[in-house]
Design a protein around this ligand. Structure first.
Ligand SMILES: Cc1cc2nc3c(=O)[nH]c(=O)nc-3n(C[C@H](O)[C@H](O)[C@H](O)COP(=O)(O)O)c2cc1C
Length: 367
């Protein structure tokens, strides 16, 4: 049994507890943060994308240059880069780093957000375009002969890339919770990204993804990635007191217009966020320690379900998801740098120990 850990890249010290409006990229912070993730045993860091955010490719190149093991997960919206260009950019970064690149596809959950960068397709069309895009990337990485592509969204002739990924292909991930996301992720992707939902709902989503993989005739299945925002302290009691403080800060920053989602934001259009809000309406705590007030306080703007407790409680909660079939665990906090260090010191070792114990128990049972 194995599991790998994902964090998220932050280009400066601004965070949701202490936002610094319009903070520029801080190269020293970025380097220190990336090195901390690498040193504490994180396996990946996601470089997220929004219409107003920094360029993920250049941030990624910087992280790779300052680290030895960690892989970058570049969030990519198909409307932002022509696919043959993205294939070469990703493969170039992959060669520069000895194969430390993953690409994470975002079809785009909101028409308004997509329109900010000139994308006026509806969501169904965006997913259709994403499917073509993924097929083009794989062709560009593997085809030794020039090839044509005659799709609905992309047409080109006689393209050949001389830039091959280090290991032949670059892993392709997809995030979303709509039918189209399950279909494309299940049939075409190496990794499927989910936000943290209770165990029962996560199991339903995993089953849907696996069913789509089987329907597409795949003999393998996408690896499952689940995302949490742990709030950790020495004891459960201290962690719950800390959680209330985090919640207060999120609410007051949003009221002041400093939150990630404006106070006047309409209900989210993407299914993943809608699901989080529906579950939040059922109660604050699910399973061992999955906490939803942080979801409601941020209008489910991205990954927002917390896990609250001591390192033991959080590690046990994470192990529950690994037992369910998730083997990529994304954890990022609210005080980004310090939380990453705390996770690296206190949570990652406990989860890895739990995995070793499971392996030993399996070996004993088989003997
Ligand atoms: C793990 C994960 C990471 C994501 N990262 C981003 C991101 O960086 N930028 C973004 O706009 N959306 C991101 N999303 C959101 C979805 O990709 C987006 O809402 C999707 O395109 C449509 O969602 P739906 O199929 O659930 O309706 C992420 C989703 C997941 C599950």
């Amino acid at each position: 049994m194995t599991a790998e850990f994902i964090s998220v890249t932050f280009p400066n010290a601004s965070n949701e507890l202490h936002p610094i409006p319009n903070a520029p990229v801080d190269p020293q912070f970025l380097e220190r943060y990336a090195r901390a993730l690498d040193d504490y045993g994180f396996n990946y860091t996601l470089i997220p994308y929004s219409s107003s955010s920094f360029d993920p490719f250049t941030l990624g190149a910087t992280i790779l240059a300052h680290t030895r093991n960690i892989k970058i997960i570049v969030a990519l919206r198909p409307n932002t880069v022509y696919p043959t260009v993205a294939a070469k950019s990703l493969a170039t970064l992959d060669q520069l780093s000895g194969g430390r690149v993953v690409v994470h596809f975002i079809a785009g959950g909101s028409d308004e957000e997509q329109a900010r960068e000139g994308d006026f397709l509806n969501k169904e069309q965006r997913y259709e375009r994403q499917e073509e895009y993924i097929r083009i990337l794989r062709l560009a990485w593997t085809s030794t002969e020039p090839f044509d592509f005659d799709g609905k969204y992309y047409q080109f002739k006689n393209f050949r890339s001389a830039v091959r990924p280090t290991n032949g292909l670059i892993p392709i991930s997809l995030g979303g919770s709509s039918d189209a996301a399950y279909r494309i992720g299940g049939s075409l992707c190496d990794i499927f990204g989910l936000w943290g939902e209770p165990l029962a709902e996560t199991k339903q989503q995993i089953d849907r993804i696996y069913a789509e993989a089987a329907r597409a005739g795949r003999t393998d299945r996408p690896r499952i990635w689940v995302t949490f925002r742990p709030i950790v302290a020495e004891t459960d009691e201290l962690a719950w007191a800390k959680a209330e403080k985090v919640l207060e800060a999120l609410k007051s920053n949003r009221e002041k217009g400093l939150g990630r989602t404006p106070a006047s934001a309409p209900p989210p259009a993407n299914v993943g966020s809608q699901r989080l809000l529906e579950i939040a309406a059922r109660g604050d705590v699910q399973d061992r320690a999955l906490w939803y007030p942080t979801v409601t306080a941020t209008n489910a703007g991205g990954a927002s379900t917390a896990l609250v407790g001591s390192p033991r409680t959080i590690a046990d909660s994470i192990l529950d998801y690994i037992d369910l079939g998730a083997d990529l665990i994304s954890i990022r906090g609210y005080d980004n740098f310090n939380d990453a260090v705390d996770y690296g010191r206190y949570i990652l070792p406990l989860v890895r120990e739990g995995l070793r114990e499971r392996e030993e128990a399996k070996k004993k049972a088989a003997a």
